[in-house]
Design a protein around this ligand. Structure first.
Ligand SMILES: [Fe+2]
Length: 214
């Protein structure tokens, strides 16, 4: 609870007025269920009100895509947020299209949700050349894309693997939402952010302007 309130204070200090909390629902790793998360969320909302912190809270989740997700969607064991009724979900990051990706997107659309694919910059299966068509198919099926705020810190648009990918997404108007990637109540609490000390990571992932395009 203390950590959650500290996170809210940090975000309010950055000018944030609404926070959508997206705890993991990841069978076998983070065995959360909507009811239990709602219970914790209500306690957080009460604590927030008690200290008069001016921020509105909404509960979502980050759902892990595995073979069980389609059944979970059919049983309404998912948490959606926003007027779009977004259901945020993440997948494995390797070069192969995850087995139930399209099934999950169709199941969500059919159930009246908007599938929101989390941190799309991380997926090798979307960044490679054939990913373009996959993304077009996903969007045609109703999916929308979220990127993490940290992608711009790691790779400026147009630079590095993720940055070049981000530039392509921006060009097509395919960045629908941006997530904070904030996991801890510190400035360093964004696990995929550039380390504050030592800019080596930045230089490693950024091409010099004189480099020829690959
Ligand atoms: Fe994630």
């Amino acid at each position: 609870m203390d950590e959650s309130l500290d996170i809210l204070r940090l975000l309010v200090a950055e000018g944030v007025r609404t926070v959508v909390a997206t705890p993991h629902i990841y069978p076998g790793k983070f065995d959360n269920e909507p009811d239990a998360l709602r219970y914790r969320f209500d306690a957080l909302e009460a604590a927030r009100a008690a200290i008069g912190l001016a921020v509105s809270l909404e509960l979502g989740a980050e759902h892990w895509l595995d073979a069980s997700l389609v059944g979970r969607i059919a049983a309404r064991r998912v948490l959606s947020f926003g007027p779009e009724r977004y259901v945020l979900f993440e997948t494995s990051t390797g070069p192969d299209i995850p087995a139930s990706l399209y099934d999950a997107v169709h199941a969500l659309s059919d159930a009246g949700f908007t599938p929101l694919l989390a941190h799309v910059e991380r997926y090798a299966y979307l960044r490679k050349e054939s990913g373009e068509e996959v993304m077009a198919d996903l969007r045609a099926a109703g999916a929308r894309f979220q990127v993490n705020r940290t992608v711009g810190e790691l790779n400026l648009p147009g630079h590095g693997v993720r940055g070049r990918f981000l530039a392509r997404l921006l060009e097509r108007g395919w960045v629908d939402e941006v997530g904070s990637d904030l996991h801890r109540p510190t400035a360093r609490g964004r696990p995929h952010a550039i380390p504050r000390s030592g800019a080596a990571g930045f230089h490693q992932t950024t091409r010099k302007p004189t480099d020829p395009s690959p």
